[in-house]
Design a protein around this ligand. Structure first.
Ligand code: MN
Ligand code: MN
Length: 471
C-alpha cells in the first residue's frame, strides 16, 4: 500500500470511528445559520421584556394565549390538541399540549428555570448616609460580587401596599428612565481592597445601591435625601417606606440583549441562564400541535437558590399538575410519572480559551457546538445530581440525529474543580427519565452572559423534536 493510499484509508477510518472535532459551523449550512440569526432576533426581544421570573411568566403567558392556551381547569375534560397553562403565583408556569395518547404512555417534560442571579432589596432597604440615599440588598444566587459594581442597574418587581393593592415596578429600561448602581472604590484609593482576594474585596453587605443625592426641605430636616427619594416613590407608585416589607423588588443589569462579535454570531444579555432554555422550550411547545404524548413545559423559579419553595421544583406543583392530568384519564399518577421523559433544560458552561485550565477539553461544551447534552452535573464524586441512564442518553442522541439537531456533550469543568446542579434531580426523583440539555454559556452568572445563535437555535430544534417526534 502506498503512503498516499494508506493516508486516505486512515482518514476514512477516522471518519467512521471518531467524533469530528471541528466547529459546528462546518456541520451546518448557510440556510440554517440564517434561520438561527432570525430566531435570535425574537429571542433578544423576549430577553429585554423578561428580566425577572415574574416578567418571564407574563411574557410567556401572553405568547401562549396568542396560540390558544387557556388557564387549566382540573374539573374539565380535555381532548388531544387542547392547550392549557397553570400560572403558579406569577413566578413559575406550566404549559401543556394534550397528546393524542394523552398521558397513558407517560408525558414529555421540558423543564427550564426563569430566575437568574440578581440583587434583591431587603425588607428595610432605604437609608441615608453622608447625604446620599442608598438601598440595602441581599444578593440572590451565585454571583461574583465584584461584577455587580459600577454597572447600570434597573429596578423590577411588585409592591403590595398596606391596603392590599398591587403596584408593578419597572424602572431603568425605557429611554429617559433613571438607572441605578453599586459604587466601587477608585484604584487610587483601592490598594488595600485590591490586596484582598476577589471573594473578599467586595462584601455582600456592601452591595448598596445608590438612589439619590438631593435633600428635600431645609437644613433642619433629618434624612432629607432619604425623604426626597421616598416622596418620589410615593408620587410615582403611591408607596410608603413600610410597603417595602411586602415587596419583591429585584435590581438587575439594565443592559439590552445585543449581538456580540464582528460576525454578530453571538448574543450578549443578562439572564441567558436560564431564560435561553425557557425561551427555546416555550417556542418549541408553541409550535407543537397534537403531539403523540401530552407535552409539558415547566418554567420554574428558585433554581438559583436550590429549587426550594412553593415556586421551585422541589415543591409538588408540577407533580400535582401531572396527577390532575392522569386522574382526568383515570390513570394512577405514579404510573404516568414512571413512563415519562424529561429534558432538564438548563445552560452549561461553554469552554473558555482564556480560562482553559479549569475545563477538560475533550469533555466540554463549545460555542457553536450545538445543544449540549449533560449525562450528569453535580460536584466531587457525582454528588448532588441525577444521572441519565445509558439507555436514555441513547434515546436522546438518536432523536437529535434523526431530526438534524447539532448536539455535543460535556461536563461542568474538570473533576473536583467545582460543579453545579440543575432541576434534573428534582424530576428524576419522581421516577422520571431525565437528562440535562441546554445552551453553552460564556461568563455564566455574570451580569452579561454570552451564547451562540447557532446553539440557541439548535436547542429550540432539539425541544421541538422531543415534543413532535412520532415513531
Ligand atoms: Mn441554570
Ligand atoms: Mn445558574
Amino acid at each position: 500500500m502506498s503512503k498516499k493510499v494508506q493516508k486516505e484509508e486512515m482518514k476514512k477510518l477516522a471518519k467512521e470511528l471518531l467524533i469530528p472535532r471541528t466547529s459546528g459551523c462546518y456541520q451546518t449550512d448557510e440556510k440554517t445559520m440564517k434561520k438561527a440569526n432570525d430566531y435570535c432576533e425574537e429571542y433578544k426581544a423576549f430577553m429585554d421584556a423578561s428580566k425577572t421570573e415574574r416578567e418571564s411568566v407574563e411574557t410567556a403567558v401572553a405568547m401562549a394565549e396568542k396560540k390558544g392556551f387557556v388557564p387549566f381547569d382540573p374539573e374539565k375534560e380535555y381532548a388531544a390538541g387542547d392547550k392549557v397553562y397553570v400560572n403558579n403565583r406569577g413566578k413559575s408556569l406550566i404549559l401543556a399540549v394534550i397528546g393524542e395518547k394523552g398521558c397513558k404512555e407517560g408525558v414529555k417534560i421540558a423543564a427550564a428555570h426563569i430566575d437568574s442571579p440578581r440583587l434583591d432589596l431587603k425588607p428595610h432597604p432605604l437609608y441615608e448616609k453622608d447625604d446620599l440615599a442608598l438601598l440595602k440588598t441581599h444578593y440572590y444566587g451565585g454571583i461574583k460580587k465584584y461584577q455587580w459594581t459600577a454597572i447600570p442597574l434597573s429596578m423590577h418587581g411588585v409592591v403590595i401596599r398596606k391596603d392590599g393593592t398591587k403596584v408593578d415596578v419597572r424602572l431603568g429600561e425605557k429611554a429617559g428612565d433613571p438607572q441605578f448602581c453599586v459604587t466601587d472604590l477608585l484604584p487610587h484609593l483601592g490598594a488595600e481592597q485590591m490586596s484582598k482576594t476577589l471573594s473578599k474585596a467586595i462584601e455582600g453587605e456592601n452591595l448598596n445601591i445608590l438612589v439619590g443625592s438631593v435633600p428635600l426641605g431645609d437644613e433642619d430636616t433629618t434624612d432629607a435625601v432619604k425623604l426626597h427619594v421616598m416622596k418620589i416613590l410615593h408620587d410615582r407608585y403611591g408607596i410608603t417606606e413600610e410597603d417595602f416589607v411586602s415587596a419583591d423588588i429585584e435590581f438587575v443589569p439594565a443592559f439590552k440583549a445585543t449581538d456580540i462579535g464582528f460576525d454578530g454570531s453571538m448574543v450578549g444579555a443578562y439572564g441567558h441562564d436560564d431564560r435561553v432554555c425557557a425561551y427555546t422550550a416555550l417556542t418549541a411547545l408553541l409550535k407543537t400541535e397534537k403531539p403523540e404524548n401530552t407535552s409539558i413545559v415547566v418554567l420554574a423559579d428558585r433554581e438559583e437558590v436550590g429549587s426550594d419553595g412553593n415556586t421551585g421544583l422541589n415543591s409538588e406543583f408540577m407533580r400535582y399538575f401531572i396527577a390532575d392530568l392522569a386522574q382526568a384519564e383515570n390513570l394512577e399518577p405514579r404510573h404516568v410519572l414512571s413512563r415519562s421523559k424529561c429534558l432538564s433544560a438548563d445552560v452549561s458552561a461553554a469552554f473558555d480559551p482564556t480560562y482553559s485550565s479549569v475545563y477538560e477539553a475533550a469533555n466540554s461544551c463549545y460555542i457553536n457546538g450545538g445543544v449540549g447534552i449533560m449525562k450528569y452535573t453535580g460536584s466531587r464524586g457525582k454528588s448532588g445530581t441525577s444521572e441519565a441512564t445509558a439507555e436514555f442518553m441513547a434515546e436522546v442522541r438518536a432523536l437529535f440525529e434523526k431530526n438534524d439537531v447539532l448536539w455535543q456533550t460535556g461536563e461542568l469543568g474538570k473533576v473536583d474543580i467545582g460543579g453545579g446542579g440543575t432541576v434534573a434531580l428534582c424530576i428524576a426523583n419522581l421516577n422520571v427519565d431525565v437528562v440535562d440539555v441546554g445552551v453553552p454559556v460564556l461568563s455564566m452568572h455574570s451580569p452579561f452572559e454570552i451564547v451562540s445563535k447557532l446553539d440557541v437555535y439548535m436547542t429550540f430544534r432539539g425541544f421541538k423534536a422531543f415534543f413532535c417526534d412520532k415513531d
